[in-house]
Write a protein that binds this ligand. Structure first.
Ligand code: ADP
Ligand code: TRP
Length: 321
């Protein structure tokens, strides 16, 4: 089973990204699937106009994913733009892409509603995404709900292409795990960069502590029993701790005499236990950017070996030499 996903380099990653997306990819890697992950720098260009920010964002995304446990020996991990064949496939798909299909895309309409300029790149974004997926003959694409429609576009284009030119492209399935819980932020809403309520994965211990100590709780006094199910600290702790540790905290909250401050301290300790090794690994990699470049270059080379035969078949099918 070939599983492929693209990640947009976009700012500081947080516990929501880890438990909502990264952990899932790590699981697939552990299960021995063929995992393909790339940093979608071509896509990022539709919204990032500062070259240095794009370069730095791409490197940071590589550091984040490698530090979290993406193993470049098992998983093919590269920078999207290092395999420019994807652009050619995007063009060859665009010739069969109905305008209406793209005009219906919510993500395009949302971006315009948020004041983004209506560029061709933004409009054609789903075609490039389809090319990303189809170039590598992917079976399964794990994405968040917001990307579901783009997967439908991808499937439509693969079917349309195959109908026109023969069975060449594999029609992929989206994988949208329903079981993935929404991780609450420090204010109890969904954790998201745009809400300013994140607990970062990689930041100074001081910032992490400030975020965790700032989690909003109700005003039940220390002595009184508390309901773990409505406690934001417990909800996050449950993700980080072992089931036994989580049960223990739930029992202490229910019993009373255990304050939210105590729960936050336990959460902080569990956070460090889980992520300190990743943070150390990130630091080590950050000190050696040449090594990161080498990993990405090797990944691109492996990715390209899969891309070339697909593109050749597509070129031949449409009548190019
Ligand atoms: P943000 O909302 O911070 O901008 P992104 O939209 O970049 O995060 O999310 C990247 C990935 O992380 C997506 O797959 C998304 O589903 C997942 N994710 C982000 N926040 C959460 C959350 N609070 N709970 C679960 N998954 C999340
Ligand atoms: N559009 C995706 C996002 O914003 C990133 C992406 C680009 C992607 N190409 C992809 C995801 C191919 C899955 C497959 O999250």
């Amino acid at each position: 089973m070939r599983i492929l996903t693209g990640i947009q380099p976009s700012g500081q990653i947080h516990l929501g990204n880890y438990f909502g997306a990264i952990r899932n990819i790590l699981d697939m890697q552990e299960k021995g699937h063929e995992v393909f992950i790339f940093i979608a720098d071509f896509h990022a260009l539709t919204t990032v106009r500062d070259p240095e920010a794009l370069r730095q964002g791409t490197l940071n995304a590589a550091l984040d994913f490698l530090a979290c446990g993406i193993d470049p020996e098992r998983t093919v991990f590269w920078r999207q733009s290092a395999v420019p064949e994807v652009q050619e496939l995007a063009w060859l798909l665009s010739i069969i892409t109905p305008m209406g299909l793209l005009e219906r895309c919510h993500s395009y309409k949302d971006k315009l509603a948020h004041g983004k300029e209506a560029t061709h790149g933004l409009f054609a974004y789903p075609v490039l995404m389809a090319a990303d997926i189809l170039l590598y003959q992917s079976d399964l694409v794990p994405v968040g709900k917001d990307q579901k429609q783009h997967l439908e576009v991808t499937r439509d284009l693969a079917i349309k292409f195959n109908n026109a030119y023969g069975e060449i492209l594999k029609v992929p399935d989206a994988y949208i795990p329903e079981s993935v819980a929404i991780v609450p932020g420090t204010d109890g809403q969904k954790m998201s960069k745009s809400y300013g309520n994140i607990i970062p994965l990689f930041d100074t211990p001081k910032k992490v502590k400030t975020a965790i100590m700032g989690i909003v709780t109700d005003s039940t006094p220390m002595e009184e029993p508390k309901d773990p199910e409505t406690c934001n600290v417990y909800k996050i702790y449950k993700l980080l701790a072992t089931p036994e540790q989580a049960d223990e905290m739930a029992a202490k909250l229910r019993a009373g005499g255990y304050g939210y401050g105590d729960a936050k301290k336990a959460l902080l300790a569990a956070y460090h236990e889980k992520f300190d090794a990743c943070a150390a690994k990130r630091e080590e990699l950050a000190a050696n950017p040449a090594k990161v470049e080498e990993i990405l270059a090797r990944g691109a080379e492996r990715a390209r070996a899969f891309a070339t035969p697909t593109l050749e078949a597509v070129r031949k099918a449409v009548g190019l030499k």
